[in-house]
Design a protein around this ligand. Structure first.
Ligand SMILES: [Mn+2]
Length: 365
């Protein structure tokens, strides 16, 4: 299904409801450590299902945490309550929908023995996810879309769901945050939907979300990240070591790419027994998703993404601290080798500090 246009409205509604196979409960799951695109998509889908079947009990749940200030503020204003997956009860009698992620993608908490009823996403499928998708009754993946929110907003329009101010505000923030105000990886559909939604938005609230106030810890993270920034040719990066807030990885990656001379940023950190990596590219044809998969999958991790935004994670359970530290280091060197083409990578220089710190040094946490 390419677009709602041309397709009969009843068909979309019927197909979504049919996928639930008579379940009176639906849990909409986002990817772990959900971002605005994931939250907005989940709320949009919840509104669609509520409209189609008011009897169906819909919950929105996520794995991981919501760490970023903007996302926490957004969460307060969402038109639906969102809860950690750990608080979902009676998991056996539920239909699942995944938004902004796919089964077996490695970044969601859908139990491995479960197949979702509905998957709506804009990430390119991988061979692992494809298999699970074959068992999923309703699949809509449009990797040409800059945000998953855009797909779901087309559903809202198609089915004729009234879009409240709170919903419109969430949807617009989902699209704008995912695409950096339509400047990054946005498609024509993202631009059209965004423009149609803007008149419905509470702009004051939108601004409050985007320019959220931050706690002191945020500044400590930024200080440590900046202190440890390295540059190598056109690449800028930072290794954060163990962190309490996984969202900081993507945030720092975005921040570093603001450097006027750099075309790639890379940030690694350690959270919840996983080494996580985030990539950003300035070029809209950089294939960052492919790059990170080549880097991470050969080590047994999961990764994915788009042209300019990508990330991955590597489960490190059972590895020693020094092994993880070594892995972290070699990941960066591998990445530098891959994107610069330099076989023997050396002289990675600090950007602002006198010398780079080892974020894994004992007693330095
Ligand atoms: Mn997304």
């Amino acid at each position: 299904m390419e677009s709602c246009e041309g397709q009969r409205i009843e068909d979309l509604g019927q197909r979504l409801l049919a996928a639930l196979e008579g379940n009176s409960r639906l849990v909409i799951l986002t990817h772990n450590n959900p971002d605005p695109d994931a939250f907005a998509s989940a709320c949009g889908l919840a509104a669609v299902i509520n409209f189609l079947d008011p009897e169906c009990r819909v919950q929105i749940a996520y794995g991981g945490i919501v760490g970023r200030s903007e996302n926490r503020t957004m969460m307060r204003y969402l038109p639906f309550k969102v809860i950690p997956f750990s608080r979902v009860r009676g998991r056996d009698k539920i239909a699942y929908a995944l938004v902004d992620t796919q089964p077996r993608a490695g970044n969601n908490v859908l139990p491995d023995d479960k197949f979702p009823a509905i998957v709506i996403d804009h990430h390119p499928p991988k061979s692992l996810t494809r298999e699970a998708l074959r068992q999923t009754p309703y699949v809509d993946i449009r990797s040409g879309y800059g945000s998953c929110t855009t797909i779901v907003t087309e559903y809202l329009q198609c089915v004729g769901v009234p879009i409240t101010t709170a919903l419109a505000t969430s949807l617009v923030y989902g699209i704008s945050s995912e695409t950096q105000h339509l400047g990054r990886e946005a498609s024509q559909q993202d631009r059209r939907i965004y423009n149609e939604l803007v008149p419905l938005v509470n702009m004051r609230r939108l601004s409050q979300i985007e320019f959220s106030r931050r706690p002191r810890e945020h500044f400590l993270y930024i200080r440590d990240a900046v202190d440890n920034v390295f540059v190598y040719r056109q690449v800028i990066g930072s290794r954060l070591g163990p962190v309490d807030n996984p969202d900081v990885v993507a945030e720092v990656a975005d921040f570093l790419l603001l450097h006027e001379r750099m075309s790639w940023s890379v940030v690694t950190a350690y959270y919840d027994d996983k080494l996580i990596i985030s990539l950003r590219a300035g070029n809209h044809r950089a294939h960052a998703g492919k790059v990170v998969r080549e880097l991470i999958e050969k080590l047994g991790g999961t990764a994915g993404g788009h042209n300019q935004v990508a990330g991955g994670q590597l489960d490190c359970q059972g590895r020693s601290r020094s092994e993880i530290a070594q892995l972290d280091k070699s990941l960066i060197v591998d990445f530098l080798r891959q994107v610069t083409g330099v076989e023997n990578v050396k002289t990675i220089k600090p950007l602002v500090s006198v010398e780079l710190k080892d974020p894994w040094a004992e007693g330095d946490e």
